[in-house]
Design a protein around this ligand. Structure first.
Ligand code: ATP
Length: 323
């Protein structure tokens, strides 16, 4: 391998820039040429590519978003689109790819790697933390801290008005942000897709979460279709308990932005450097993860397909501490 291409794909996440910097610098350190591919797989198809030197990644470790931009690319889901992407790689002299993204992006990488025999290394870049084989993903810690910041502020107004707030957070079908956000912000309950049915969760919340002894309550709801979202719960409580003053806040895209935390910067730096180590060791088609503070190589199929489990212990901690 003489030249690698690097791209960010799917939803953006704070820390992606730190990862781009780490991959670029580690590659150059190891004598490789680096090419930055803009707008994810789209840029690989259209040839929106520029050579990256060490200076191209100066002063970006602290920036949210991704300097390479990101996109969702329908064309890459077709064999014709991937063929064009492969031809671009050949034309540009790119021998291997480092893909920073979520499960969709790594699924694309897996298919592309198989189809065209291209070495691909994935880095888990998503605020959702829903990739199996890594304790956390790049961006998750920053998003969690953004949620805390927001919920602390909502708590002030909730307490002043003695209101019940449903706060909706991101996470797709994963409840990591909602559950850990609830524990860290001292919320009364979390409604997440992984545990119990919708009816059980609402009943449990009414029983345990919202008590007359408290002058405000905050329930964090994961955005998933499986939970129905915060609005859904607010409507139901309003109908069944008209005496409660219910409000909804949907945190939305602010969870995707901001300067990455120390945790995310260090994670991105370690994973980025390890991606180049993996390529130098002739590893291919693996995602780099960190488990118990050790770098691990996780085959794409394992990282994507497995449902990453949420610890029941966390659910219990929240329940016990919200009495
Ligand atoms: P996040 O979870 O943060 O939203 P993601 O990587 O899961 O990020 P997706 O939109 O699911 O985001 O995927 C990003 C891109 O990966 C898609 O736009 C597409 O180009 C490619 N991709 C996804 N699934 C496939 C697939 N089955 N085959 C080929 N390419 C795919």
């Amino acid at each position: 391998i003489k030249c690698i291409g690097i791209l960010t794909s799917g939803g953006d996440a704070p820390g992606m820039n730190a990862a781009i910097r780490a991959v670029t610098r580690a590659a150059i350190y190891n004598g490789l040429q680096v090419k930055g591919i803009y707008r994810g797989y789209k840029g690989l198809i259209t040839g929106e590519i520029a050579e990256f030197k060490s200076q191209n990644v100066s002063n970006i470790i602290q920036l949210g978003g991704t300097i390479l931009k990101t996109a969702r690319c329908k064309e890459f889901t077709t064999p014709e689109g991937r063929q064009t992407a492969y031809e671009t790689m050949q034309r540009e002299g790119i021998d291997a790819l480092v893909i920073i993204g979520g499960d969709g992006s790594l699924t694309g990488a897996r298919i592309f790697a198989q189809e065209h025999n291209v070495p691909c290394i994935g880095l888990p870049g998503t605020i959702d933390n829903d990739l199996y084989g890594t304790d956390t993903t790049i961006g998750y810690d920053t998003a969690l801290n953004t949620i805390l910041d927001a919920v602390d502020k909502i708590r002030d107004t909730a307490t002043s008005h003695e209101r019940l707030f449903f706060v909706e957070v991101m996470g797709r079908d994963a409840g990591f942000l909602a559950l850990n956000g609830a524990i860290a912000s001292g919320a009364e309950a979390a409604i997440i897709p992984e545990f119990s049915t919708e009816v059980d969760q609402l009943e449990e919340f009414i029983k345990n979460g919202f008590r007359k002894s408290k002058n405000s309550s905050i329930v964090i709801v994961a955005e998933s279709e499986l939970t129905g979202g915060a609005m859904h719960y607010a409507e139901r409580v309003k109908n069944e308990y008209p005496e409660y003053d219910v409000r909804v806040t949907i945190l939305g895209h602010l969870q995707r932005g901001g300067s990455p935390t120390a945790h995310d910067r260090i994670l991105a730096s370690r994973l980025g450097a390890a991606a180049i180590d993996a390529l130098m060791e002739d590893q291919r088609n693996v995602m780099i993860g960190i488990e118990n503070d050790e770098i691990v190589y996780v085959p794409f199929t394992k990282a994507i397909k497995n449902d990453k489990p949420i610890k029941k212990e966390l659910v219990n901690v929240l329940r016990e501490l919200s009495i």
